[in-house]
Design a protein. Structure first.
Length: 158
């Protein structure tokens, strides 16, 4: 198994496959709207919207970690880990640790004050993994989203 590396545009088709695999795992198969073209355009333009690390096994991408910077009113710049995905057949074999190690090292390298991410409350293996790495899983916080429809409905009422 190799060390994680920065993704290149040619990796995005496999990245999209892993995103879709995660959506299936999370019982949200139809929720993925991002396209290959979106990933290629958004990740490899003059001002990339994300950084993606990939991890290969036998020259095939089996894990990814996709991150981007955010701004915290309390901490200043933070790194948000949008997704850490390991293909199902390679879970529990150390790929997630290598990817998380890379993300945390990258965060330190770019000088962020915090690395943050979400985990589903029913995904106990992931929660245990993150806690074993020293992460604080803040179970008293709820994630709040407005999807496109919610945004439209909100704006109709102001």
């Amino acid at each position: 198994m190799n060390q994680p590396r920065l993704a290149v545009k040619q990796d995005m088709s496999r990245v999209l496959e892993l995103i879709q695999e995660l959506a299936t795992f999370e019982k949200e198969t139809d929720a993925v709207e991002v396209t290959l073209s979106d990933l290629e355009k958004d990740g490899f333009c003059n001002n990339p919207k994300f950084v993606c690390f990939v991890l290969e096994v036998d020259d095939f991408v089996e894990g990814i970690a996709l991150v981007y910077k955010r701004y915290s009113t309390w901490k200043r710049e933070v790194l948000h880990l949008e997704d850490l995905i390991v293909s199902e057949k390679f879970r529990g074999k150390g790929l997630g640790t290598k990817l998380l190690d890379t993300v945390i090292s990258y965060g330190k390298e770019i000088g962020v004050k915090r690395v943050s991410w979400e985990v589903l409350d029913w995904n106990e293996p992931a929660i245990k993994f993150y806690e074993s790495k020293g992460a604080n899983v803040m179970r008293d916080w709820d994630v709040v989203h407005l999807d496109e429809s919610g945004i439209e409905n909100y704006l109709k009422n102001i």
